[in-house]
Design a protein around this ligand. Sequence first.
Ligand SMILES: Nc1ncnc2c1ncn2[C@@H]1O[C@H](COP(=O)(O)OP(=O)(O)OP(=O)(O)O)[C@@H](O)[C@H]1O
Length: 367
Amino acid sequence: MNSLDKNKVVLGMSGGVDSSVAAYLLKKQGYEVIGVTMKVWQDDEEDNYEREDGCCSLSAAEDARRVANKLDIPFYVMNFKSVFKEKVIDYFVDEYLHGRTPNPCIACNKYIKFEELLQKAHSLGAYYVATGHYSRIVKDQKTNRYLIKKSLAKGKDQTYAMYNLTQDQLKHILMPLGEYSSKEEIRNIAKSLGLDVANKPDSQEICFIPDNNYGRFIEKKEGAKIIPGNFVDTNGNILGRHKGIIHYTIGQRKGLGISLGKPAYVVDIIPEKNQVVLGDNKDAFKGKLIAKNINFIPFDELKSPMKVEAKVRYSAKPSVATVYPLEENRVKVEFDNPQRAVTPGQAVVFYNENLLIGGGTIVKAFE
Ligand SMILES: Nc1ncnc2c1ncn2[C@@H]1O[C@H](COP(=O)(O)OP(=O)(O)OP(=O)(O)O)[C@@H](O)[C@H]1O
């Protein structure tokens, strides 16, 4: 570790405008920057890097290479396919098969970008790994802990997917975009540098499923295990047939393929019975949840109940709640106002204004 150079950083470059501008900003700050595009997504039969879309397309790597050339920084394409399959894709598929709704970006941040890529950075002698995420990492001078704060760009903040990073990871991460107040500013920097990625659209939610059809993606990989079952009402009465639990998520209304003469919403999924429970919109609201695999950022352990603002999904508004510590690294969260579509498998993430307090994986929601 002693031989790591604190002036050297490996930057994950996805060929988009954010990581391209991050390269420029880091270089301007005096860092020796090494650009890396990770190839992460692989298909069993075909090599999907050849496609024109998705973060790992050939064109994405070529975009990143062109930016690196223009900024005069070394650039490599590295193969992370097998670890990405194990830590992100297999987890993603398995969660759906068990009736939960996973968040692959959280797994990718923890295990790929800030673990595997960080290890690569260290093997190249770099102390830091950097990304174009909208998030701020600051060191608390009093406690010497690394804290995560929301980005200043409203609507772009990506801290939700970082709640489970450790202090050891955080001390090696740089995110130079967090201090900027809008994406527009970042695009303008790219334009002023003459980078042709300046107007590229934002990347979509799941990088390895470019058409967003995750049901088909899982079916193609795990076809045999997807078994149709019953839609039931909240009293357990059978309403009709569903296509397999992987095709549904809590709160879903569209694409149910059943007509009940009134709007119907998925309010629960019972994997043991292979059932999807349909109800009214009001049935999709829950006031309490249990979460596991809890990680806190400003401290190691929660010793007494804490008032926070909590988010139950990436796009949810933070809502006032109390977090109660439980055994086995779990918590109970009680919201002041019930939340819609609290979904097992998704993360609940706690904030105190701009400060990320921590979070965990939702196990169940109730009342
Ligand atoms: N395939 C990849 N290889 C290397 N780094 C990556 C890759 N995909 C994402 N990253 C890094 O993670 C950051 C956040 O990724 P995300 O998918 O949210 O992209 P984004 O916010 O649209 O950024 P960009 O505009 O740089 O694509 C990127 O800015 C980049 O630093």
